[in-house]
Design a protein around this ligand. Structure first.
Ligand code: FAD
Length: 505
C-alpha cells in the first residue's frame, strides 16, 4: 500500500467480508497486494451461518481451490457431520446430490467417463458451513496482512482513471481498484450502474426450524408434490418451496407459525401441526446476472454478480470460482505483469460459467412447478437420472467436474483444471500451488523449457520430474488458478512460448 500526505492508497478495496470477498482478499494478498475489506456487519456471527441454516455444499472446483491454497485441511466440519440434506446411507447408496430434488447416489456414477480425474484428486463434494468458511478465510486473510474493517458499509464510490474513492458514511478510502463482493443486494453493483438482467421468481423458499407435534406425518427426503416441495432434513429443520411467484418473500411480512403450518399442510397434503417456531428465513429463485463484471476500475464477484435459486448448492461455489479467477489477474495488472487482455478474460471466462449455473437452477425450477406439464417432465427426467449415464451427467454438472474455460489450444485438457498429478518426490501438483504462482510442469526434463521459463522471473516456477500417471503428457503450463494454459503429448517449445506470452509477461 502507498501512503500519501492525505491518505493510504490500497491496491484493492473489497466490499464485503463474505466467503467470496475473503477468498479474493487472500488471493490478492498472497500475490503481495495491499487489500482493505470494508464489511457492513459489525459482528461476523449470525445463527444463519451455522448448522443447519448455514450448511453449504462445496463442489470439486472449490475443494481443489482450497486444497491448492492449503486451506482445505482447516475445514473440519465434514469430518464430523453428515450432510443433513442427503440420506444417511454409506458406500454406493450414499447420496451424491440431486437435480430438482431427484437424488443420485455415488454407486450410480460412471467415473471412468472422467478420464482426467486421477486417484489423487480431491473430493468431488463435501459440506462446510458459512461460519466455518468465513472463520478459516478471515484467519488466513489477516495472517497475509489484509486489513478488515467491520461496521463499514460501502455507501458510494467515485472512480477516476487512476483509482477509486470509496465512501462509508462520512469516511473515505482510496484504492486503485474496487471489487464488489457485497452479496445479492450489492451496493457496488447498484451505484456502479451495472445492469442486472434475468428472470423473476416462481416461488418463495423457506428454511425453518420448528417443533412438530407429529413429524412422522411427513415423508423422509425431498418431496416434490403437485403443490410444491418440502423436505425435513433433520428433526424440525424444514425446507419448503411454495410456488407463489415469490410474493411472500417480497411482501416482507413476518413469517408466522400459522403461515408456515397452512403452507406445509397444503404442500404435504397432511394435517401436520407445528407447535413452536424457532427460526425462519425466506429466499427465492430470482435469477439475475450482471451483464458485465467490470466498469472501469470496479469489478463484481460472487452474489453481487449473479443470483439464482440455491437448488443443488451452486452460488457459493460459483463465487469462489470468480475469486480464484480474478485474484491473480488483478494482482498481475497492479504489478504491471499482465499481458494485454488478461483482466478482461475474467469476464469472458466467468460470465458463461455463471450463465450456465443460472440456467441449471432455472431448469430445476421449471420441472418442479405444479402444473401438469411440469409434473410430466419431472417424471421423465427422474427416469433419465435413474440411468447410469443420466446420473453421471448430472453429477458432473452438480460437482463441477466438467467445468472448464474455452481457451485456445489443441489439447482437450487446455482450459481444464489440472489433474492432481502425484509426483515422484512424494508430493502432488496441488501441494506445489500454495504460493499462487504459475507452474511449468515438465515430465521430460527439457532444458529449453527451463530456459524459457527463467525469463518469466517469479511468475512461473519450473517443476520437473516424473509423475505416477502422466496421462501421456510431456509438459503442462498451469496458470496460478490451476487452469491448464497449454499441454501436449510431445515436447513443443513453440506452443509453450505462445501460451506463456498469452498469460504472463
Ligand atoms: C438457503 C440457501 C442455501 C444455499 N446453499 C448453498 C450451497 O449448498 N452451495 C453453494 O455453493 N451455495 C449455496 N447457497 C448460496 C451461497 O450462500 C451464496 O452464493 C454465497 O454466500 C455468496 O457469497 P458472497 O460472499 O458472494 O456473498 P455473501 O455471503 O452474501 O456476503 C456478502 C457480504 O457483504 C456484506 N455487505 C453487504 N452489503 C455491504 C455493503 N454495502 N458494504 C460492505 N459490505 C456489505 C454482507 O454483510 C456480507 O458479509 C445457498 C444460499 C441459500 C439462501
Amino acid at each position: 500500500m502507498k501512503t500519501t500526505k492525505y491518505s493510504t492508497i490500497y491496491d484493492v478495496i473489497i466490499a464485503g467480508a463474505g466467503p467470496v470477498g475473503l477468498f479474493l482478499a487472500c488471493e490478492l494478498a498472497l500475490a503481495k497486494c495491499s487489500v482493505l475489506i470494508l464489511e457492513k456487519a459489525e459482528d461476523p456471527y449470525s445463527p444463519l451461518k451455522q448448522m443447519p441454516f448455514g450448511i453449504r455444499g462445496l463442489n470439486a472446483p472449490t475443494i481443489e481451490a482450497l486444497y491448492r491454497r492449503d486451506l482445505l485441511k482447516d475445514l473440519k466440519l465434514h469430518e464430523r457431520v453428515k450432510n443433513p440434506h442427503q440420506n444417511a446411507k454409506q458406500g454406493a447408496q450414499r447420496q451424491g446430490g440431486h437435480f430438482a430434488g431427484i437424488p443420485f447416489n455415488f454407486g450410480d456414477i460412471d467415473t471412468s467417463q472422467w478420464e482426467y480425474r486421477l486417484p489423487a484428486s480431491t473430493e468431488t463434494n463435501l459440506i462446510s458451513e458459512m461460519w466455518e468458511l468465513e472463520t478459516v478465510l478471515t484467519r488466513r486473510a489477516e495472517a497475509l496482512g489484509v486489513e478488515l474493517r467491520r461496521g463499514h458499509a460501502i455507501t458510494g464510490f467515485h472512480q477516476t482513471v487512476d483509482g477509486v474513492t470509496v465512501r462509508s458514511d462520512d469516511q473515505s478510502f482510496q484504492g486503485k481498484w474496487l471489487v464488489g463482493c457485497d452479496g445479492a443486494r450489492s451496493a457496488v453493483r447498484k451505484t456502479g450502474g451495472f445492469e442486472f438482467a434475468g428472470t423473476e421468481p416462481e416461488f418463495t423458499g423457506y428454511s425453518t426450524l420448528v417443533d412438530l407435534t407429529d413429524p412422522e406425518k411427513l415423508n423422509p427426503g425431498r418431496n416434490v408434490t403437485p403443490r410444491g416441495m418440502y423436505m425435513q432434513s433433520q428433526p424440525g429443520y424444514l425446507l419448503i418451496q411454495d410456488f407463489d411467484g415469490g410474493a411472500f418473500h417480497h411482501s416482507k411480512k413476518p413469517i408466522t407459525l400459522e403461515h408456515l403450518q397452512e403452507m406445509l399442510r397444503r404442500i404435504s397434503n397432511t394435517d401436520i401441526t407445528i407447535s413452536a417456531l424457532h427460526v425462519a428465513t425466506t429466499w427465492t429463485d430470482r435469477a439475475r446476472q450482471a451483464t458485465t463484471y467490470r466498469n472501469g476500475r470496479v469489478f463484481l464477484a460472487g452474489d453481487a454478480a449473479h443470483i439464482h435459486a440455491p437448488l443443488g448448492g451452486q452460488g457459493l461455489n460459483l463465487g469462489l470460482g470468480d475469486a480464484m479467477n480474478l485474484g491473480w489477474k488483478l494482482a498481475a495488472t497492479i504489478q504491471n505483469k499482465a499481458p494485454e487482455g488478461l483482466l478482461d478474460s475474467y469476464y469472458t471466462e466467468r460470465y458463461p460459467i455463471g450463465a450456465e449455473v443460472l440456467d441449471w437452477s432455472r431448469a430445476q425450477v421449471a420441472i418442479m412447478k405444479t402444473d401438469p406439464a411440469a409434473r410430466a417432465l419431472y417424471a421423465i427426467v427422474r427416469n433419465l437420472i435413474n440411468t447410469r449415464d443420466g446420473a453421471t451427467y448430472v453429477a458432473g454438472r452438480v460437482w463441477g467436474v466438467n467445468t472448464h474455460y474455452n481457451l485456445a489450444g489443441k489439447h482437450p485438457l487446455v482450459g481444464h483444471s489440472v489433474p492432481n498429478f502425484e509426483l515422484e518426490c512424494d508430493t502432488t501438483i496441488g501441494d506445489l500451488m500454495h504460493d499462487g504462482l504459475g507452474i511449468l510442469l515438465d515430465f521430460d526434463n527439457n532444458d529449453s523449457l527451463k530456459t524459457l521459463v527463467d525469463h518469466y522471473g517469479d511468475q512461473i516456477k519450473y517443476v520437473s520430474g516424473q509423475a505416477k500417471d502422466q496421462l501421456g503428457l510431456s509438459a503442462l503450463l498451469i496458470r496460478p488458478d490451476g487452469i491448464i494454459a497449454w499441454t501436449a503429448d510431445q515436447p513443443d517449445l513453440a506452443g509453450v512460448e505462445q501460451a506463456t506470452g498469452l498469460w504472463f509477461t
